[in-house]
Ligand binder design. Structure first.
Ligand SMILES: [Fe+2]
Length: 418
């Protein structure tokens, strides 16, 4: 008779051997599927993650197990998670979990409109959780990467359904929620980019976690500098530069994986060695940290800041492509593919002498998204909005260039696509 039995998660007890948790590895807060439950906290987290039932292996569990006597910790394999290089072999529970994730809904199969409401909810929840992590760090507590897994799961699920929704919503920040929503945005961008680079699923997840936690070191920066409503002086900037090291130290203290700590420590390094904190060059910077640099800058320049208007997303793509020595070209090109040359919400000029905002990225061509034309350049006035699929066989229109909403005196383009 099989020793594997399915039981309600509520019936789990320490001493049972967890054989399998239902759903994908992104759905539960653990780094592996199979382990001996020795910590009541783990039982609580399984129930709180909303998992209904689990499989236990009765031949391997010990209901009378003395918790203190167990040598094997549940996270024993958590720190050998890799080096930031893609295509590492997967074994055991990791491979099972990866297969489960791949079996999930294919990417981008939900229309933007249908995903926007969920994306907004995830942003709100994410903002609250990042804010809480900031508060805990300021109180001298530690934060663990396991605590953010359910949120990273939510962000990943939204990005897989439609990457443009959460990425676009998280770009719309106010001064007050900048730091928190920036973390959610960078997590979403990292997940989309990691998938574009075809990283294995473990590294995809690490990218999402690292994106969410990359700026936690700002919790240790003086509030008068962090909240300064203007450009920082050179001295203040020198202080702010310490946030990556401070964050990395805090996450290391909290037991985070080396790859996550690496993203936090090195997301401000540049390929030409002019970044900080270590002035690393090219291959000295891990792939995950190079990805972090691109995603961090893109969200920062396209977000509203107290001292500058945001760049239009398509303008940001064009400008960032010109920054010599800053980014890894291969990573940046993949990033453009993952977000689109003309990201949702961008302003563009059409061959028909109209201004339009991007509604949906093109399915087959990055150059042929669906747009909403709303402004006549000839008459210099708003027109009745018209939705145009530039990839449609009978469409004669096309994009001429990205445009700056500021130059055209246009505010609140969001009303056209949100
Ligand atoms: Fe940063």
């Amino acid at each position: 008779m099989s020793s594997i039995r399915r039981i309600p998660a509520a019936s789990l007890r320490t001493g049972m051997y967890l054989h399998k948790i239902g759903g994908s590895w992104l759905s539960h807060p653990f780094l592996r599927n199979s382990f001996l439950l020795v910590n009541p906290e783990d039982v609580r987290r399984i129930v709180e993650a909303g998992i209904d039932s689990v499989w236990i292996d009765e031949s391997r569990g010990d209901p009378l197990q003395d918790v203190e006597a167990i040598g094997e910790a549940p996270y024993a394999n958590a720190t050998d998670a890799g080096t930031g290089r893609p295509d590492l072999p997967e074994t055991g529970a990791s491979a099972t979990a990866t297969a489960a994730l791949r079996a999930r809904a294919p990417a981008g199969d939900v229309p933007l409109e249908a995903e926007l409401a969920r994306a907004r909810d995830i942003c709100l929840a994410g903002k609250a959780q990042v804010e809480e992590m900031f508060a805990e760090l300021r109180l001298g507590k530690t934060v663990s990467q396991e605590s953010v897994l359910p949120l990273v799961d939510e962000i990943a699920a939204s990005v897989w359904r439609n990457p443009a929704a959460l990425i676009s919503v998280a770009r719309l920040k106010t001064h007050d929620d900048y730091s928190y929503l920036h973390s959610v945005a960078v997590s979403a961008l990292m997940l989309a980019l990691a998938r574009q680079l075809k990283l294995d699923e473990r590294l995809v997840r690490i990218a999402g976690i690292g994106g969410l936690m990359h700026d936690l070191g700002k919790a240790f920066m003086p509030l008068e500098i962090l909240n300064k409503p203007g450009r920082l002086t050179d001295e203040e900037f020198e202080v702010m530069k310490q946030h990556s090291g401070a964050g990395a130290q805090a996450l290391q203290d909290g037991g985070c994986e080396a790859d996550v700590v690496d993203i936090v420590l090195h997301h401000h390094e540049r390929m030409d060695g002019r970044g900080y904190p270590h002035g690393l060059r090219e291959d000295e910077i891990s792939l995950l940290a190079r990805m972090g640099a691109v995603c961090d800058v893109y969200d920062a320049v396209t977000s509203v800041r107290p001292y500058k208007r945001p760049w239009d997303p398509a303008m940001a793509m064009r400008e960032m492509a010109r920054w010599d020595g800053h980014f890894d070209t291969r990573v940046f090109n993949a990033f453009v593919k993952s977000v689109g040359i003309y990201p949702v919400g961008s302003l563009v000029r059409l061959a028909s002498e109209r201004l339009a905002v991007i509604l949906e990225p093109g399915v087959d061509s990055l150059l042929k998204p669906t747009v909403r034309a709303f402004y006549s350049i000839r008459s210099r006035e708003k027109i009745l909005p018209q939705t145009i699929d530039l990839a449609a066989g009978d469409c004669r229109d096309s994009i001429v260039s990205p445009e700056s909403p500021e130059q055209w005196g246009l505010g609140n383009l969001e009303a056209l696509w949100l």
